[in-house]
Design a protein. Sequence first.
Length: 577
Amino acid sequence: MTANRTDKTHLPSRHVTEGPSRAPHRSYFYAMDLTEEQINQPFVGVATCWNEAAPCNIALNWQAQSVKRGVKEAHGTPREFTTITVTDGIAMGHEGMRSSLASRDAIADTVELTMRGHCYDAIVGLAGCDKSLPGMMMAMVRLNTPSVFMYGGSILPGSHNGKDITVQDMFEAVGKYQAGEMSDGELAVLERVACPSAGACGGQFTANTMACVSEAIGLALLNSSGMPAPYEDRAKYGEASGEAVMNLISKNIRARDVVTRKSLENAARVVACTGGSTNAGLHLPAIAHEAGIDFNLFDVCDIFHDTPYFVDLKPGGQYVAKDLFEVGGVPIVMKELQKAGLWHDDCMTASGKVIGEELDMIKGEADGKVIYPVENPITKTGGVVGLKGNLAPEGAIVKVAGMSEDEQSFTGPARVFECEEDTFAAVKVRAYEEGEVLVIRNEGPSGGPGMREMLATTAALSGQGMGKKVALITDGRFSGATRGFCVGHVGPEAAHGGPIGLLKDGDMITINAVTGELSVDLSDDELAKRKSEWAGPRETIYTSGALWKYAQLVGGALNGAVTHPGAKEERHIYMDL
């Protein structure tokens, strides 16, 4: 590769830049002030999920400019484009949340289509909010191009009465307000100070969990995810990411050289030890699916089970992403896993080096407050646990970070709700009893449709002081910010005839995160009888449009709620066409 002309024999952009037949195509490039030299260089898609919906994505636009500078400095031609994103904090607690998980796959699809349509040779993808991170990474692995991921960064913590606060505190404040423990004026003050800057939610919720994953899986440069979004120094990571993707092109290192079974296991370790979001149990299998790797919810949870939890982050702990960055970030966490023999050093990364080589250059150590030494963890098993039993033959998942062992089992009678709205309405007026298991069904990927998160409900319970006095189970999801004994991803979902759809009020349910059990005290014969009497899926109002289409295509949570056959069925690789 030279600065003047690249041999594009094996690069997709040859289809739009090379030879006399592509003169019309080149005329478009000249119309955008590209030079002949720039047309002859590799074309790098710089994809962002920038929008004005929420602070998560608002900083992606300027960060993309730094990536473009890095590409140009390394003699590439950046081509910026945007895709959609749905921000969960805005979508939470109403019908808009049905669009959230569906947006992950729409992001992957639209990035794929843009890259294919314009024959870009590589991609640097920037994302800020929950589903945009896995969506962007899924597109990279699906296309199998040289790829670098860059997180837009977290929000700065808010401050109230001398304490750091996050948007999680706002959702819980609603519960306190409903319980009469907070006035209109107090709520108004809190909402004005909780989110003081650009960036994604500051705790170890889904965005920061998947940002940590991006480094651990090797698609992002080390430590690029940690610096908060408002810091102008993030530009150096953008420039480095642009230069890195050009290096990957020159070495023909592609996304599936990076995303392997071993790197997925590394990523799952980081989720577990940081008390990350249960949503990783959906997103890691979905990324694996794009690479043709078998890695389902049970595989993820097996790793969660034997990984110590030693990073003290909200919502289970005390600290936020900014604090983690200031004590060395994800690389220090990886080094602790490495010490415990829970790490694969031979995985390729976006830098063009294997992860072990990268970690050899990291000199910091666990600080003992945010990151505990691995030999002295907060708990000996991970902050996220998988469950299975006659109520969840295809598994379920629960976040236990911050819970003592005696808080990790619960048996109680079911109180069944047919959707989230019914549950939230009951919680608002305290139409439930201490000791009950609240069952929220018909919220799965297909039956919802959209597998909504239940943060508004769980936060209201916490705000009422009932977070540890009841349990919840759902075939939908819980937010990474959820606290309390809340079991999500119960499969098969109700719409597919799963046992959660057969429950009745009063059925005795046992949840045990220590033994990994989720069961109902019903015989196989009784469950079979109820299944034979089942009336079928609950009707929804989504009978056309994007959510109808999603409901027809989406599979179960066990394999990541994916919407297409994946790499195992593909007959070509984009880069080789």
